[in-house]
Design a binder for this molecule. Structure first.
Ligand code: SAM
Ligand code: SF4
Length: 326
């Protein structure tokens, strides 16, 4: 599918749940979010049907996210159904990693190719503070399991926050020397319920890079380790993995955006930052055929904004990141 800016849109991020077993300070309020009712969340068959319809319109790659996707029941079956769609050639997962040791093997057998795991710190106490509920050891085990299962490239998502983990940038970057891990430093974004928390804690990607180069030496350009995300990749000489930077705030990457999002309630979103949504659940439940559902994906592409305006603040009062699918 081509949008009005001639971008090729072939990637769908599917949020399978708005629930999570953590409460990261920049993502959710301490009490969690008011959950969408069970009936409003798409069933696995409904999600698979929408992905199939999307594939008829031109979707080729799928990332499963949330909330925490691994808390959703029947996720293995959903991955299997998606992997049976002939046009889909890549299924990836973004997770906090806690439940990967339990679910990783079955997910791989079902067709999952690769994972991104979120890890903001190597300090167990700070980890507990940032995630409010998490246990560092469990997540580290999740990363080891991902490597053992060969869910390559295994990427780590690290959100950098001034005064919290900025002193650890070097240690996190140095993981790429010891392990075949791809550490992506993500600029903290002002999103929804976390707006007040994020103020003043943002560090631009250029500064993150400078601090790595000061401590560990110059970075060299590297190939993108599979996938189609917005990161720019580099490596340290002699490393096994790469270092990526995702600068959503200081240097937006909208001109290369190739994605649509599907929320757990069946809304197609053309852009993370815009409140625009196309309701696919109502027609789906009224019995719409595949061609009609595919048309909704084309409609979403036709209204995809040229770029986000993050500086103007989060555009969608109703939702936060975990509800849209980060
Ligand atoms: N629960 C899974 C996880 O944590 O990987 C998947 C969903 S989470 C919303 C997806 C990604 O969004 C995570 O890497 C998380 O760090 C990132 N994220 C959430 N809120 C953010 C914010 N305010 N700024 C930057 N990244 C954020
Ligand atoms: Fe949960 Fe992921 Fe949000 Fe953390 S970033 S609260 S793990 S959805």
């Amino acid at each position: 599918m081509q949008d009005t800016c001639l971008r090729e849109i072939n990637y769908l991020r599917v949020s399978v749940t708005d629930r999570c077993n953590m409460r990261c300070v920049y993502c959710m309020p301490p009490q969690g979010v008011k959950h969408v009712s069970h009936e409003d969340i798409l069933r696995n068959e409904e999600m698979a049907r929408l992905v199939r319809a999307g594939s008829m319109a031109g979707i080729k790659k799928v990332r499963i996210t949330g909330g925490e996707p691994l808390v959703r029941k029947g996720l293995v079956g959903l991955v299997e159904s998606i992997s049976l769609i002939p046009e889909i050639d890549d299924i990836a997962l973004t997770t906090n990693g806690v439940l990967l040791p339990a679910a990783g093997k079955e997910l791989k057998t079902a067709g999952l190719r690769r994972v991104n795991i979120s890890l903001d710190t190597l300090d167990p106490e700070l980890f507990r503070f940032i995630t409010r509920k998490g246990n560092f050891k469990e997540v580290w085990r999740g990363i080891e399991v991902a490597l053992e299962l060969g869910l390559h490239p295994v990427k780590l998502n690290t959100v950098v926050m001034k005064g919290f983990n900025d002193g650890e940038i070097k240690d996190l970057a140095a993981l790429t020397m010891k392990y075949p891990l791809h550490v992506r430093f993500i600029e903290l974004m002002p999103v929804g319920a976390s707006d007040s928390w994020t103020a003043g804690r943002h560090i631009p990607a250029s500064e993150i890079r400078q601090s790595i180069e000061l401590e560990l030496g110059g970075l060299i350009n590297a190939h993108r380790p599979c996938g189609n995300g917005p990161a720019r990749y580099y490596r340290l000489p002699g490393s096994q993995g790469t270092i990526g930077f995702i600068s959503a705030v200081s240097d937006h990457f909208c001109k290369n955006c190739n994605r649509l999002r599907l929320t757990a309630e069946g809304m197609i979103r053309p852009c993370l930052y815009s409140g625009k949504e196309i309701d696919a659940r109502t027609p789906l439940r009224k019995g719409a055929g595949e061609a009609e559902l595919a048309g909704l994906f084309r409609q979403a592409v036709s209204v995809k904004p040229e770029r986000h305006d993050i500086d103007a603040g989060w555009q969608d009062e109703k939702r936060i990141m975990s509800q849209i699918g980060g």
